[in-house]
Design a protein around this ligand. Structure first.
Ligand code: FAD
Ligand code: UDP
Length: 376
C-alpha cells in the first residue's frame, strides 16, 4: 500500500517523492507513462556512444542557495557556463546581445557610439528586456533596439511559438535580455553546472529510497483507482487531469532531429541559434554540455511544432493573457480537489526552469505537506 501516488518522474515528482520518503517516512508510488525517469531532463547514450538529452539541451542554473544545496546530496556537479552564438546577417555573434555583440555586428565607429549610449543610459551589468528597450525615446537607442528586435527576436519567437514577442507575456523574451556588459554567458546565475554523471544518474539517486517505488510505462489512469486512500501529486498537464472538460490549454511542441558526425567538434559554441533562417531554432552540440570526449559528435536540431494532444509532447506552456483566463478556470477546479496537489511545469502550467520546478516542489512540501510557514 502507498500513502502517496506521484504522477510524473521529472524534477517536480522526484523532489517530492524524495522529501516525503526521507522526511515523513511515508510510502510513495511514482508513476510515469514514459519508459524512463527524469522527465524532460532525461539523458542517455546514443548509438554513437554520445550522451544526449532526449528532450533538448538542459543546462542547470540557479541563484537559489537552498536549491543548489539540496541538489548536492545526489551527486557531483561539474561547473559549466553555457554559451550560444546567434547567426545574424550570416555572422555568428554572442547572445544574449551584449557589448561584444555590438562590436561584432556594427562597424567600429557606430559600435563605439552605441556602446557609449548604452553605458550612459544603463548601469553596467544591467539586463534590459528587448521590449523595454524598444520604448526608449532616444532616437539612436530606438534604432538599436529595433535592430536587435528584428534580427534576434522577431522571427525566432515566431518560429518558436507561432506568435510574435508582443503577443506573448513580456517575461518570455525577458529571459534573454540585452546585457550591458561583456559577459557572453547565456545565463548569469550564481550557480551554473551540469550533473557530473548526467541527469538520469542524479534521478536514480533521488529516487533510491526504500519508501519509493517507481513504475514506468504506467499512466495515472492505470493506478488512480487502485490505492483509494493515497493522496495524489499530479505533475502532468492540468487540463488532461480534468479530461479537457473546459477545452484544451495550448502548448508548444518540438521535434528533435539528431545527427552524428565523424568529427571531434562541429560548431563554435554549444548551441547556435538561427533567429531568421531555417525551420529549426537552434542546433546543440552535446559534448560541450557533458564534457564528454570522443572522436565523433552529435548535434540536435530543434524544430518547433504546434502541439497535438496524443501525437506529440506538450513541452511549453504558452504564457499570454488569453491562456491565463482558461488556466484560471482549471485552477478553480483544482482548488476543489483537496485530495490532489497539482505542481510542476505542466501541473501548474508555468514556464519553469529546472531550478524553479525544484523550488516550487520544495515549497509545496514545506507548506502544503509539512504545514510550515517559513519556506524558501
Ligand atoms: P517534466 O520533466 O515534464 O516531468 C513530467 C513527467 O510527468 C513526464 O515524464 C511525463 O511523462 C509524466 N506524465 C505526465 N502526465 C502523466 C500521466 N497522466 N501519467 C503518467 N505520467 C505522466 N530548464 C532549465 O533549467 N535549463 C534548461 O536548459 C532547460 N532546457 C529546456 C529545453 C527544452 C527543450 C524543454 C522542453 C525544457 C527545458 N527546461 C530547461 C525546462 C525543464 O525541462 C523543466 O523545468 C523540468 O523538466 C520540469 O520538471 P517537471 O517535473 O515539472 O516536468
Ligand atoms: N529568443 C529569441 N531569439 C533567440 C533566443 C531567444 O527571440 O535567439 C526568445 C524566444 O522568444 C524564446 C525566448 O527568448 O522563446 C526564451 O529563450 P530561451 O532560450 O530561454 O528558451 P528555451 O531554452 O526555454 O527554449
Amino acid at each position: 500500500m502507498f500513502d502517496w501516488i506521484i504522477v510524473g518522474a521529472g524534477f517536480t515528482g522526484a523532489t517530492l517523492a524524495e522529501r516525503i520518503a526521507s522526511v515523513r517516512n511515508e510510502r510513495v508510488l511514482v508513476v510515469d507513462r514514459r519508459n524512463h525517469i527524469a522527465g524532460n531532463a532525461h539523458d542517455a547514450t546514443n548509438e554513437a556512444g554520445i550522451i544526449v538529452h532526449k528532450y533538448g539541451p538542459h543546462i542547470f542554473h540557479t541563484n537559489s542557495q537552498p536549491i543548489w544545496d539540496y541538489l548536492q546530496r545526489f551527486g557531483q556537479w561539474r561547473p559549466y557556463f553555457h554559451e550560444i552564438l546567434a547567426v545574424i546577417d550570416g555572422k555568428e555573434v554572442p547572445i544574449p546581445f551584449n557589448l561584444n555583440t555590438v562590436e561584432a555586428v556594427f562597424p567600429p565607429d557606430l559600435a563605439r557610439r552605441y556602446t557609449r549610449l548604452l553605458l550612459e543610459r544603463y548601469a553596467f551589468g544591467e539586463r534590459v528586456p528587448i521590449l523595454k528597450m524598444m520604448n526608449e525615446t532616444d532616437p539612436d537607442l530606438k534604432t538599436l533596439a529595433a535592430f536587435i528586435y528584428e534580427k534576434m527576436f522577431r522571427n525566432y519567437t515566431f518560429k518558436q511559438w507561432g506568435l510574435y514577442p508582443e503577443q506573448l507575456s513580456p517575461s518570455v523574451t525577458a529571459r534573454v535580455p540585452v546585457v550591458i556588459s561583456r559577459d557572453n554567458r547565456y545565463f548569469q546565475d550564481r550557480y551554473q553546472a551540469m550533473p557530473a554523471e548526467g541527469y538520469t544518474a542524479l534521478f536514480e539517486r533521488m529516487l533510491d529510497h526504500p519508501n519509493i517505488t517507481v513504475m514506468l510505462n504506467t499512466g495515472h489512469v492505470d493506478v488512480r483507482h487502485k490505492y483509494p486512500s493515497a493522496r495524489t501529486i499530479f505533475t502532468g498537464p492540468i487540463d488532461e487531469f480534468f479530461g479537457y472538460r473546459l477545452g484544451p490549454l495550448p502548448y508548444r511542441s518540438l521535434r528533435f532531429v539528431e545527427r552524428t558526425l565523424d568529427v571531434e567538434t562541429a560548431q563554435a559554441a554549444a548551441s547556435i541559434n538561427f533567429p531568421s533562417d531555417h525551420d529549426y531554432t537552434r542546433i546543440t552540440e552535446f559534448k560541450y554540455l557533458t564534457g564528454q570526449r570522443s572522436a565523433r559528435t552529435t548535434l540536435v536540431y530543434e524544430y518547433p511544432q504546434p502541439h497535438v494532444t496524443g501525437e506529440n509532447e506538450p513541452y511549453y506552456p504558452i504564457p499570454r493573457d488569453e491562456t491565463q483566463i482558461l488556466l484560471n478556470r482549471y485552477l478553480e477546479l483544482a482548488e476543489d480537489r483537496k485530495d490532489v496537489i497539482f505542481c510542476g511545469r505542466l501541473g501548474e502550467y508555468k514556464y519553469y526552469n529546472m531550478d524553479q520546478a525544484i523550488g516550487a516542489a520544495l515549497a509545496v512540501f514545506s507548506k502544503r505537506i509539512m504545514g510550515e510557514t517559513d519556506v524558501l
